[in-house]
Design a protein around this ligand. Structure first.
Ligand code: FES
Length: 116
């Protein structure tokens, strides 16, 4: 784990190579299930369970900058987590993510804080 001046606790969670030919990769950090999602050349980290009724978003798909839930097809904006119009659901939790030294890093403090 690396602590940065900005206050994050960055932890390497997955080799970058795993997202080379996959769009969605499941990872686990301290018993918290997360997804790493690639859209073009950008990588996002978010919660794995859909905020609507907890479907497994790893079975979803990515299109037009949105992650689509496989159960009821609500979608979430990967940039800000906003749910598609008309759904009685909170936004998707997203976590700070960066790439460095061939690894994908997430802000562990942000992940733990959201799960608390
Ligand atoms: S469980 Fe995901 S949209 Fe309903």
């Amino acid at each position: 784990m690396t602590t940065t001046p900005e206050g994050g606790e960055w932890v390497a969670i997955c080799p970058l190579q795993r997202l080379a030919d996959q769009t969605i990769v499941c990872v686990r950090f301290e018993a918290i299930d997360l997804l790493l999602v690639r859209h073009g050349d950008r990588i996002f980290a978010c919660e794995r369970a859909c905020p609507h009724e907890q479907a497994d978003l790893s079975w979803g798909r990515v299109a037009d900058g949105r992650l689509f839930c496989p159960r009821h097809l609500a979608s979430f904006d990967l940039q800000n987590g906003d749910v598609s119009v008309g759904w009685p659901s909170r936004s998707l939790r997203r976590y700070p993510v960066r790439t460095k030294d061939g690894q994908i890093w997430v802000d562990a403090a942000a992940v733990k804080s959201a799960a608390a």
